[in-house]
Write a protein that binds this ligand. Structure first.
Ligand code: SF4
Length: 460
């Protein structure tokens, strides 16, 4: 998500900010802008941002200084145009454009209660629940917003473009990342990751804190909290896989964490080998750390077709299989006759790992030792990462040796939970109340899941 507050080039800046965040989802993209007449205009559609806005000159038609933008990763809600954000909601007395990242875990109860009271939902995702909750309440905008946020459970970052401005919200555990930047030529931006700041000429100010609502008034950043029951629990998978290596999350650089994970992985499970190769792109940093610690060459044994999306975030298994085949290719002259340590950041379903091992063997590698720079994923994510079915998870179905046989590697080891915590601490000290969510590795979920844990028939 990316938003601009108080800059006349809001639409264009949002386009470039979103472009830096395209790795977070490829199913849809959209930009909404509040113009001087108080109208909200939107461009959105399915596919990549560059498909939706094929000619950035079109953004000149979206005049205004306040904007919110979104690229979609469909962890909840059906595919299709209806769930592409921002969602527009025009009432007789106020207008909203909503962009949202995360997963609300008490959706079913809230939605059925709201529908019983007459609310009509336009999409199947979580995004518009907040507006329906606000419409039930009386009082000033911020009071209605705070009271409504208190009713939500789970992970949610919201951008709300309203007649009164742009509001950025982070859930009480800060599960998804969200930061604030200042534009050199006037105004502020909010962004999912810091990698989106530099491209628009913004400098990092700080992260939005768990439980915080941030907005701008008279050119100043304003802050209020909807709850004091807050504790940092940012998603570990953001560090492991999702975020770009040049992003800092909670002021910890993603590349530094991944490199340190590779170092810890070497100390825990090194093996005799000729070279280290990382699975591009998100495992390159961990491979650098492992190779440095091992004193082995860090080679480019796999090449990535940069015009294919990330396999993990493809919505069906058939698309994921096809995605792996299109995405990665070995370099035979590099790997032929070599004993390889192959570093991957995670194993979810095992699709990619199995295919990679086969490709490298076909290319002439003599030994393939798979090393994974995070612990086994054994539990589903309920906070917006699409690993909702336990039966999809290889580490839930199989033990370590069975997984090794499944992917056909000569050896397989994962970084331990303790090693992961060490990597976090060595890349930046974990302050009090500044932890991470590791629920998909430990089963210990940081929010109350008693009301309703899983949606759409998905059970843990
Ligand atoms: S369960 Fe896993 S993927 Fe989901 S928020 Fe927690 S660490 Fe991230």
């Amino acid at each position: 998500m990316f938003a601009v507050i108080g800059n006349p080039n809001a639409a264009s800046l949002t386009y470039y900010g979103l472009h830096s965040l395209q790795h977070r989802g490829q199913e849809g993209a959209g930009i909404s802008v509040l113009n001087a007449n108080g109208d909200i205009n939107t461009i959105k559609g399915e596919g990549l941002l560059t498909d939706v806005v094929s000619d950035p000159a079109i953004l000149g038609k979206l005049s205004g200084s306040y904007s919110v933008g979104h690229i979609r990763y469909p962890s909840n809600g059906a595919k299709g145009y209806d769930n592409v954000q921002p969602l527009m909601m025009k009432m007789s007395d106020e207008k909203f454009a909503i962009a949202y990242n995360g997963n609300i875990t008490n959706t079913i109860a809230l939605r059925s209660e709201l529908e019983d009271q007459g609310s009509v939902f336009h999409a199947s995702g979580d995004a518009e629940i907040l507006v329906h909750l606000m419409r039930r309440k009386k009082g000033a905008f911020l009071d209605r917003l705070k009271a409504s946020l208190l009713e939500l459970e789970g992970a949610f970052n919201y951008f709300i473009l309203h007649d009164s401005g742009v509001y950025a919200v982070r859930d009480r555990k800060g599960i998804r990342p969200l930061c604030i930047g200042k534009l050199t030529d006037g105004g502020y931006v909010f962004a999912s990751e810091t990698c989106a700041l530099g491209i628009v000429g913004a400098t990092y100010i700080r992260d939005v804190m768990p439980g915080e609502i941030v907005y701008v008034e008279d050119g100043k950043i304003m802050s209020t909290f909807f709850t004091d029951d807050c504790l940092h629990a940012i998603c570990l998978m953001e560090y492991v896989y999702f975020a770009r290596p040049d992003s800092d999350l909670e002021e910890r650089n993603v590349h530094s964490f991944r490199k340190q994970s590779g170092i810890e992985l070497y100390h825990e499970s090194h093996v005799d080998a000729d070279m280290v190769i990382g699975v591009p792109d998100s495992s390159i940093s961990a491979a650098t750390g492992y190779a440095e610690a091992a004193g082995l060459p860090n080679e480019m044994g796999l090449i990535k077709n940069r015009y294919v999306g990330r396999t993990f975030i493809k919505p069906t298994q058939a698309l994921r299989e096809q995605g792996v085949r299109m995405k990665l290719a070995p370099i035979p002259s590099v790997v032929k006759g070599k004993r390889l340590v192959v570093i991957d950041d995670s194993i979810v379903r095992g699709t990619t790992s199995r295919r990679i091992v086969q490709m490298l063997r076909d290319a002439g590698a003599t030994e393939i030792h798979m090393r994974v720079s995070s612990p086994p994923i054994m539990y589903p994510c309920v906070y917006g990462v699409d690993t909702s079915h336990r039966e999809d998870l290889l580490a839930h179905q199989l033990d370590l040796e069975e997984m090794r046989r499944h992917i056909k590697a000569d050896s397989l080891e994962f970084l331990s939970r303790e090693g992961t915590v060490k990597a976090l601490q060595r890349s930046k000290s974990l302050g009090p109340n500044c932890g991470v969510c590791m629920a998909c590795f430990t089963g210990e979920y940081p929010t109350d899941l008693s009301a309703e844990s899983f949606k759409n028939g998905k059970q843990a």
